[in-house]
Design a protein around this ligand. Structure first.
Ligand code: ME8
Length: 663
């Protein structure tokens, strides 16, 4: 009988449905997926849960605004979340919705247990409530703003069921002491301990002012308070009242952002203690991805979306960046510049280059079969030792969720391989027997190193690692490969190389960022009506976009379509370069009725000073968008000349009035 695998259950937060996923949500879900893949490669039977938190006032309001019933609204949103995770290759094993019947039953059951055990009572509560975060804010005064989101609090008084959180101060502190690994990282653990030491107030866990929630059986109009509801989703996903049958509870790991650590590290274990249910083993709170030093939020308009990045650079690039650039647990600033720099240096020039170089040399010299190494030199042995040592280090760091460290170690080995190839120069060796043997040893050594770094990077780079794995002729699917058995020396000579596939094509940084930003703009501000031709142009550069959008000859448009594009004579007032964007100029342009700021991709062809006073044709009814973080409100029309698409600005040979319409 096969040995029974140890179970590992991990979760992401159950995300709110009043918005769509941005890079912050993607981060938590990617991390969960990396851990899932890693644990599977360490022989665990893993279940990962994510889902949608669908109750509360926000949803009531959003559904009303959309003019549809709440149930329809949340179904659409849950579909969109699920579809995005599928598209990004990070689908959950369990996707729980808080409107699922099995969840409703679990919440009602948990409440019953807490009540039967004497931890629930009825009372009145007046407090300052943030309807956006669905939480009363302790110690807030009327008129205060929410300390988390900064929006005004509302005074709410109502009859509630209360949970006796105050009874759990000592049990929680004892629990933290006995289980020092329960809250991670250390800073959060200290924060939570001092919060609990400061005393715990009872918690209202039902509402009568909210309609859209799970009913408290026999106590309507009471519905459950969103945190009592949402946290329970982790348990509903793996069996609810019948959790023992499935065997995944208690969870091994709740991954959350630091914003919701208190709910997970204080309320949740207290609810479970009250119900006498097993308590999760660990809550890990990571930091925030910041944009311009502020937490991303749709209301601030500073969100970064995952899809445009993935379309431009691939999902593996995004995964790599998220895990490599920020120490897990700390805050990090998101920057497209850093993302593309990492992509080019570590992926295109690093792993991608090593794989294609190694394969090309083996193809050319050994008929695309892994050669047999001959006598080893000290430098071969040193590289072998370094790589073997890296295996242990990487696994240790993955175990500690020190992803940046694990990746750093892998990439140090990749850099060592590059150095090794450069000094051994297998391409310069001739065809004598001795030189052929040396070539074989060097290329086997490099290929073996590549095999090991590929296996180790699979949890983070599943698509690309699988491609390199195939290229090395490895037959066991990487996802099923057991990392415990990974050792230097296992690459069998004679193995035929597999198909080589493009891994990470190098990209021009400026162009890549412009394309990502323009796709993000389109996703955030979808055109309301059918887009006019110029508006639908790929906004690679402000100036050449009009040319790029020219419809094919057969796709004739009617005059009414052309009339949708409003073009006017504009006069350039100021022009300046944009730091970090080699191709863009920031212009201010007088269009007769107002002065507009417009970015144009002409910096490589026009000196800013030469443009002042020049009259140009401007598309004035394009939706505003941001290019490299700079708002562009319109488009300067230019011809696109030659194969490189050199922009040549339009001009007028007679005097024209600023603001005159082009027809
Ligand atoms: O809080 N950086 O849902 P939510 C990093 N429904 N991570 C971020 C982030 C950022 N800028 N923004 C969001 C809720 N996140 C509740 C949870 S759980 C029972 C109920 C991630 O949609 C991070 O994991 O507001 C954070 O904790 C979570 O999204 C909040 O998601």
């Amino acid at each position: 009988m096969p040995e029974k695998k140890e179970k590992f259950y991990l979760t992401t937060p159950i995300y709110y449905t009043n918005g769509l996923p941005h890079i912050g949500h993607t981060y938590t879900t990617v991390v969960a997926d990396v851990i899932r893949r890693y644990k599977r490669m360490r022989g665990y039977d893993v279940v990962m849960t994510t889902g949608t938190d669908e109750h509360g006032v926000n949803v009531e309001r959003a559904a009303k605004k959309a003019g549809i019933p709440e149930s329809e609204f949340v179904a659409k949103m849950a579909d969109a979340w699920r579809a995005l995770w599928d598209e990004l290759g990070i689908p959950a094993d369990e996707f729980i919705r808080t409107t699922d019947l099995k969840h409703v039953r679990t919440v009602q059951w948990l409440f019953k247990l807490c009540k039967e055990n004497g931890y629930v009572y009825k009372g009145h509560y007046t407090g300052q409530y943030c309807i956006y975060d669905n939480a009363f804010v302790n110690d807030a005064k009327p008129g205060d703003n929410c300390p988390d989101c900064g929006r005004p609090l509302e005074t709410v008084t109502e009859e509630n069921y209360f949970f006796k959180l105050s009874s759990f101060q000592k049990p929680l502190l004892d629990f933290y002491k006995k289980n020092p690994g329960f809250i991670q990282p250390e800073t959060r653990r200290n924060e939570i301990i001092s919060f609990v030491e400061g005393g715990l107030k009872d918690l209202s866990i039902t509402r009568t002012t909210i309609r859209w929630g799970i009913p408290v059986p026999g106590e309507e109009p009471h519905v459950f308070y969103v945190w009592f509801d949402a946290l329970t989703a982790y348990l509903s996903a793996v069996g609810g009242p019948e959790y023992e049958k499935r065997g995944y509870w208690p969870a091994d790991l709740h991954l959350v952002g630091k914003d919701i650590i208190r709910f997970h590290a204080v309320y949740w274990p207290a609810f479970l203690m009250a119900a006498m249910l097993p308590i999760p083993k660990q809550v890990w709170a990571h930091g925030w991805f910041l944009m311009d030093a502020a937490k991303m939020s749709k209301s601030k308009g500073n969100v970064v979306l995952p899809r445009p990045i993935v379309n431009m650079l691939g999902m593996d690039a995004l995964r790599y960046f998220l895990l490599r650039d920020v120490v897990f647990g700390q805050d990090g600033n998101f920057s497209y510049d850093a993302l593309v720099t990492r992509y080019n240096s570590d992926l295109a020039n690093g792993l991608g280059n090593l794989a294609s170089r190694t394969a090309a040399l083996i193809e050319k010299n050994f008929a695309a079969k892994i050669p047999k190494p001959a006598a080893l030199k000290p430098q071969d042995e040193a590289l072998a030792r370094e790589t073997q040592a890296a295996i242990g280090e990487v696994l240790e760091n993955f175990d500690k969720l020190s992803f940046a460290r694990a990746l750093e170690t892998i990439w140090t080995v990749i850099a060592a391989a590059d150095k090794y190839l450069t000094s051994e120069q297998p391409w310069a060796l001739g065809n004598s027997e001795a030189e052929q043997s040396r070539k074989a040893t060097v290329l086997w050594t490099t290929a073996e190193l590549l095999r090991i770094v590929t296996a180790l990077s699979f949890p983070v780079l599943p698509d690309s690692a699988a491609k390199v794995w195939t290229l090395l002729g490895q037959s066991v699917a990487l996802g099923k490969f057991e990392l415990d058995g990974l050792r230097w020396g296992q690459l069998a000579p004679g193995t035929a190389l597999g198909k080589s596939q493009t891994l990470f094509p190098r990209v021009d940084k400026t162009e890549a960022i412009e394309r990502i930003e323009s796709m993000a703009n389109e996703e955030l501000n979808p055109p309301k009506a059918a887009p006019a031709p110029a508006a639908s142009a790929p906004a690679t550069t402000g100036a050449s976009a009009a040319a790029a959008a020219a419809p094919a000859v057969s796709d004739k448009i009617g005059i009414e379509d052309f009339a949708k594009v409003e073009m006017r004579v504009g006069q350039i007032k100021t022009a300046e370069r944009i730091v970090g964007a080699d191709k863009l100029l920031k212009l201010t342009v007088d269009i007769g009725t107002e002065i507009r700021q417009i970015c144009a991709g002409i910096a490589q062809y026009y000196e800013p000073e030469s443009l002042i006073g020049r009259k140009v044709a401007v598309v004035v009814n394009l939706a505003p968008r941001k290019l490299r973080g700079v708002e562009s409100n319109g488009m300067i029309v230019a011809a696109s000349v030659g194969p490189e698409g050199r922009p040549v600005l339009t001009g007028f040979h007679e005097e024209v009035e600023v603001g005159a319409r082009l027809k």
